[in-house]
Design a protein around this ligand. Structure first.
Ligand code: TRP
Length: 326
């Protein structure tokens, strides 16, 4: 018996050593240079960028072994295009792009330079790859498709009387077009009508909400960069109009939206850094599948917004272990 126990312990120790060693990252060697393009400064994209930077540090990158040319396009598509041109003239080992329009702008660099995108909701629809499992264009990354069915189900749990859902988004964002198509299909299945208000810039956001509010019982918006950039104005506008706005990302709840069921964007930023690390260590983009974030979702609620709307959340929601108040 003693013998058996000691054999087992030895085996366990050996296993711990093996797994311990194999999970250790290989060291960073040589000097590297990458480009990073961020579409715009909104809460979620900033979270992704910070987590990306932090994870690179953890992986052993320092100012001495990694030069990062970081550019923010301030929400302007033309600026995205000129940043892509600037990157083209530099000797970069990899380009990382945060959000769909930024990734689409630098996609042309992939003929020479691997591109890693962060938080692209529909990489195939955005024509960044033909396959998520086997990237075929020297472009890979992380995907944050919105789990619209879970958000609509949650909306119906909180407000069972919703008959018409108002949809707010920018038609110019491929990511939103796909998520909106999905939410429409799900609403149809559930017997809920939808009405739309579309915008092309942040300036149109407030009047779009006003136009939409009279035609619907509640509003849904996906993880749309234009909406996210105007979220605090939209949040107050929805409160004024007494409409709950269900959103596509935790940051949009934090910035004044009502509620979502969504992913942890910090983890997405960290995973994007691990993909860039793999590329700097010689791995091909084609051998790194796109990582889709759609599991372990949390329920995020803005308590202040809920109070102002006079909505009381059912106990089944607030007692959920995934429930988080922002
Ligand atoms: N998924 C968005 C895209 O494909 C980018 C994004 C990430 C985003 N987090 C967000 C947009 C939060 C709005 C809110 O471009």
């Amino acid at each position: 018996m003693k013998k058996l126990v000691s054999t087992l312990l030895t085996a366990l120790l050996a296993l711990a050593l093996i797994t311990g060693c194999s999970s250790q990252k290989s060291e960073v060697t040589g000097n590297h240079k990458i480009g990073v393009i961020q579409l715009v400064d909104h809460t979620s994209l900033n979270t992704i960028k910070d987590a990306f930077d932090d994870e690179l540090k953890k992986l052993g990158y320092t100012e001495d072994n990694l030069e990062v040319d970081f550019k923010n396009a301030q929400g302007d598509i033309n600026t995205c295009a000129s940043i892509a041109n600037e990157f083209e003239g530099e000797e970069l080992e990899c380009v990382m792009a945060i959000a769909t329009p930024a990734a689409q702008a630098v996609a042309k660099l992939a003929v020479n330079t691997p591109v890693v995108f962060a938080a692209v909701s529909d990489p195939v629809g955005a024509e960044l790859t033909s396959s998520l499992d086997a990237p075929d264009k020297n472009i890979t990354g992380t995907c944050d498709e919105v789990q619209v069915d879970q958000i609509v189900d949650m909306a119906l749990t909180v407000q069972p009387d919703i008959k018409t859902l108002g949809l707010l988004y920018n038609t110019g964002e491929t990511n939103s077009v796909t998520n909106i198509k999905n939410v429409k299909a799900y609403c149809e299945k559930k017997g809920i009508k939808t009405v739309e208000a579309t915008i092309t810039s942040v300036n149109e956001a407030q009047s779009a909400v006003q136009a939409l509010a009279s035609k619907c019982d509640a509003i849904f918006t996906p993880n749309d960069n234009t909406v996210a950039s105007a979220m605090s104005v939209i949040g107050s506008s929805c409160i004024e109009q007494k409409k709950a706005i269900y959103v596509g990302a935790d940051s949009m709840v934090q910035d004044g939206g009502f509620m979502t069921v969504g992913i942890d964007y910090e983890e997405l930023g960290r995973e994007t850094a691990r993909q860039v690390d793999a590329i700097l260590k010689g791995k091909k983009a084609a051998d790194i599948p796109v990582k889709i974030f759609k599991d372990d979702l949390n329920i995020y609620v803005n308590k202040n917004t809920a109070e102002k709307l006079g909505i009381e959340l059912p106990e089944s929601v607030t007692s959920n272990e995934k429930y988080i108040e922002l």
